[in-house]
Design a protein around this ligand. Structure first.
Ligand code: SF4
Ligand code: SF4
Length: 150
């Protein structure tokens, strides 16, 4: 009997349709956290403060279709920019795009595997529960909210 593998195993990232590519996002929202750059080393540090467009309860962008026009720091993730973004440590080690790029499987809590969009939160793999909106934090206080990169 021939059994088909899930598309994310069978289809290389650069050959996926837009819908397949978008569905890889697990909704963790780690890429929506404000980052601080060390001016000397160029290293990036994460904060537990998010972009103002993130709904901190659902961990969803409140204007996904127009996000790139609304937020200058927001990035369109594509197969072409993925190597650079991973090298600069902008994505957590659990990000599905990073996992597949590195030849690793998706975790059991990934919504594509579990069939449930909430399992990323139930597994503690998202920013839900500890994130603050940048609307509620003064820019001078960002250093106080630095966290370890995941
Ligand atoms: S870090 Fe990766 S999986 Fe998480 S929200 Fe961003 S793109 Fe999606
Ligand atoms: S604009 Fe939306 S997708 Fe982009 S960083 Fe902000 S919340 Fe995240």
């Amino acid at each position: 009997m021939i059994t088909a593998e899930p598309y994310w195993i069978d289809i290389p990232l650069e050959q996926m349709s837009q819908a397949q590519w978008e569905a890889l996002c697990d909704g963790c929202a780690y890429c929506c956290l404000v980052k601080l750059e060390d001016e000397d080393s160029g290293e990036m540090a994460l904060t537990r403060v998010s972009c103002h467009l993130l709904d901190t309860d659902s961990c969803r962008c409140q204007d996904y279709p127009r996000r790139l026009q609304q937020v200058a720091q927001c990035m369109q993730l594509t197969p072409q920019v993925l190597p650079m973004v991973i090298k600069q440590n902008w994505l957590p080690t659990s990000c599905a795009y990073r996992l597949l790029y590195e030849g690793k499987p998706l975790p059991d809590w990934h919504p594509l595997v579990s069939g449930d969009a909430q399992t990323v939160h139930q597994a503690g793999a998202s920013v839900k529960g500890f994130v603050l909106s940048e609307d509620d934090v003064h820019p001078d206080q960002l250093l106080d909210f630095m966290i370890e990169n995941t």
